[in-house]
Design a binder for this molecule. Structure first.
Ligand code: SF4
Length: 363
């Protein structure tokens, strides 16, 4: 059995950002009991011969966990899954210190992903972030001092007040910090968020300009030595996110904690987005979500990657042929390309990939 990925969801935040629709609560009082419960769930996999080569602590704000809580989670994964390899923790720049970063590095975290978001203070405030650009710089300096040599920074594109000039400021700011990896997400205003109620879209660039911002980001990052390998992800050579690659390559992973998703044993399942249920229900509030890993799902996920899909290896030849025929007009329009048997989106294609995929994968 191949090593799997482990995801642990840490659903705590100091305050909620205006655009956020991740499952997180401002209930740090539940932190300790939650960590115990996650460890209890990890131990339900004892003696099953499952190994893991990536761990991702995501949130929420995992850096609200104490050093010892992080250490206990990593230890549990080592114990049960013989964990080795890439061990990532998401962190907010305002919730770390040098001593904290040293301690989690000693505990086994070897990759940090900072939710930096923008290199412009006014934009950070508009997003409802608690940190400043100064704190981003400081967090990166401390992370390096703590010996963390694999850093990722998140950037948001299409946010309130952003212009082509401020995006350039942000990209310059981020690349000057020399992280190994950058994730650039287009802001999507989701129903139920404060941004939705406040009609924050009126403060953002329209769809066409946001598309230009995305292409500007791809070009500027490539020019600064960051290679795009996925619709939203860029890295220096040798620093792709090994954990996230598992999702896109349709490999197996187990998710622990409220709202965490899993794909394991050919099945998809998730935990309900309720910390109360996670803490109290005997089955950790797991909800089955059907079979996973079918051919259309594999294509859908792999086409998020710049390497795309190797059409020649699709076992169903009729299916592969149909995919090639349907993709022809998009290749002609410059949205897709076929190279050495691999079909992939171009950056322009990524911008409209949802619509194209719906047609490519239609019955
Ligand atoms: S810190 Fe992250 S998870 Fe928490 S509210 Fe902000 S965007 Fe959401």
């Amino acid at each position: 059995m191949q090593p799997i990925g482990i995801y642990i969801h840490v659903p705590f935040c100091r305050s909620k950002c205006g655009y956020c629709d991740f499952y997180s609560l401002t209930r740090e009082d539940l932190r300790e009991i939650y960590v115990k419960r996650v460890i209890e769930e990890i131990y339900t996999y004892e003696n099953k011969g499952i190994t893991a080569d990536t761990l991702f602590l995501g949130g929420g704000t995992p850096s609200l966990l104490t050093e010892s809580e992080v250490g206990r989670l990593v230890d549990a994964c080592r114990q049960i899954f013989s964990l080795r390899g890439e061990t990532t923790m998401e962190a907010n720049p305002d919730s770390v210190s040098l001593s904290y970063l040293k301690a989690i590095q000693n505990a086994g975290i070897n990759r940090i992903s900072f939710g930096a978001q923008s290199g412009v203070d006014q934009e950070l405030q508009a997003l409802g972030r608690r940190h400043s650009t100064e704190q981003i710089k400081q967090a990166v300096i401390w992370a390096r001092e703590a010996g963390l040599d694999n850093l990722s920074l998140d950037i948001m594109v299409g946010i309130p007040y952003q212009t082509s000039e401020t995006l350039k400021t942000t990209l310059d700011f981020m690349t000057e910090l020399q992280p190994e990896h950058l994730s650039c997400y287009l802001l999507k205003i989701e129903e139920g968020t404060p941004f939705y109620r406040q009609h924050a879209e009126n403060l953002c660039a329209d769809e066409d300009r946001t598309a230009d911002f995305y292409l500007q980001t791809v070009e500027m990052l490539q020019n600064s030595g960051y290679f795009q390998y996925e619709i939203s992800n860029f890295s220096k050579i040798g620093y792709k996110s090994q954990h996230n690659l598992k999702y896109w390559r349709c490999k197996e992973y187990l998710g622990f904690g409220a709202a965490a998703h899993s794909f394991f044993g050919g099945k998809r399942f998730y935990h309900s987005a309720s910390i109360e249920e996670y803490l109290t229900l005997p089955d950790f509030a797991i909800v089955p979500d059907g079979d996973g890993g079918g051919i259309d799902e594999q294509i859908l996920l792999q086409l998020r990657l710049c390497e795309g899909v190797n059409v020649e290896t699709i076992p169903d030849h009729t299916w592969a042929e149909q995919l090639l025929i349907r993709s022809k007009k998009y290749q002609k329009a410059g949205f897709m390309q076929l190279n050495g048997g691999r079909l992939a989106f171009t950056p322009e294609g990524f911008l409209v990939s949802n619509k194209i995929l719906a047609e490519l994968l239609a019955d």
